[in-house]
Write a protein that binds this ligand. Structure first.
Ligand code: MRU
Length: 345
């Protein structure tokens, strides 16, 4: 099953806010619906966002209305993953040729991500086997599986490939506060694949590495800068520091569509701030993970339990920057970049 696809003139996608409780497919027929789905993380993860943006332009091209405005709204729906704006712009460049050409370009992006996932899984598994020893115990963060792509995934795709080779020890899935992509989505994917795994709170990662319980860290990226800095889900930097201190490999697996040579380094990247509500509440109904970014106040919905004192503020950067010096290697579908040996993006 594909996480996102074009089906009979509409965008269909798995609603990731409902997992692991319910596996629901949303059918979206307007750009408004798609932008809302992107902003509340019904669809998420860099490769999937690139495909969502691309298919969004196809939706706009097949309907009456202001296509240029639709393109702008899609490309700015979330700011950090380069795949989204890149996918939107690449497809929008075909608008003068008509709706069929636009759809063909969007489907090409989808198909490229599908092919990239298979290649990354293979290259990534090879590298993890080489760097992390026999049957490694791997820590991963956020969700980088099929749900973050169209099929297969990036870092989790490599982990699953190791499992298929019967060469994986076990996985520690870092829970990924505040929206729990690790505890909800990665756990769901690993469970379905029969991979032995446990969930750990984000703060436990560096300690478990220090205690010798992790042989390597493998995770994805939302943007890889020209100098090799890696932008990924908040908590990634702490895991990189932990891995560095523990002397274990820190491997990033991401498609070339996430590599951004136009961004010099991590200081140049807009980090999405998702507002206070996600941090200051917990216990959402399963379908309610992901707030619109403009919801910046205390959550008041009936399932939310306030976790802070009245009137407290919060800061909620959705991503962080891991300096390239902390990255052992970056794996894409085409190459393995050994930053630890001085190779550069
Ligand atoms: O906010 P999200 O869930 O879209 O963030 C996703 C991540 O940070 C992933 O690690 C990244 O997109 C890589 S997905 C293969």
């Amino acid at each position: 099953m594909r996480t996102i696809d074009w089906v009979d003139g509409a965008v269909e996608l798995i609603d990731q806010t409902a997992l692991p409780g319910r596996l629901t497919v949303l059918r979206l027929t307007t750009v408004d619906e798609l932008v809302a789905a992107i902003q509340r993380l019904a669809v998420r993860g860099a490769p999937a966002l690139g495909v969502a943006g691309a298919l969004g332009v196809a939706l706009a091209a097949h309907q009456p209305g202001d296509v240029a405005a639709a393109v702008r709204r899609l490309e700015t729906a979330r700011p950090t993953a380069v795949n989204l704006a890149r996918g939107v712009r690449r497809v929008a460049a075909r608008l003068p040729e008509g709706a069929d050409a636009v759809l063909a370009e969007a489907l090409a992006i989808r198909d490229e991500e599908i092919a990239a996932a298979a290649a990354m899984a293979s290259l990534g598994a090879d590298l993890l086997a080489e760097l992390c020893g026999t049957r490694p115990r791997l820590l991963t963060h956020c969700n980088t599986g099929a749900l973050a792509a169209v099929v297969g995934g990036t870092a989790l795709g490599a982990v699953l490939e190791l499992h298929r080779r019967d060469a994986l020890g076990a996985v520690l899935a870092s829970e990924t506060r505040p929206l729990l992509q690790g505890a909800r989505l990665t756990a769901w994917e690993l469970g379905r694949a029969g991979v032995p795994y446990r969930v750990a709170v984000d703060g436990a990662g560096p300690f478990l590495m220090a205690r010798g319980e992790v042989d390597g860290v493998v995770l994805g990226a939302d943007r890889i800068c020209a100098n090799g800095d890696v932008i990924n889900k908040i908590g990634t930097y702490a895991h990189a520091l932990g891995a560095h201190r523990a002397g274990i490999p820190f491997v990033v697996v991401a498609p070339e569509s996430t590599v951004d040579p136009d961004t010099a380094d991590g200081t140049q990247v807009e980090i999405e701030d998702r507002g206070a509500a996600e941090v200051l509440s917990y216990g959402h109904a399963p379908q309610e993970y992901g707030h619109a970014p403009q919801e910046d106040s205390r959550a008041t919905r009936e399932h939310d339990q306030p976790a802070g004192v009245d009137g407290v503020g919060a800061v909620n950067p959705a991503f962080d920057v891991t300096p390239y010096e902390l990255v052992t290697a970056i794996v894409t579908e085409r190459r393995v970049i050994r930053l630890d040996r001085g190779e550069r993006v």
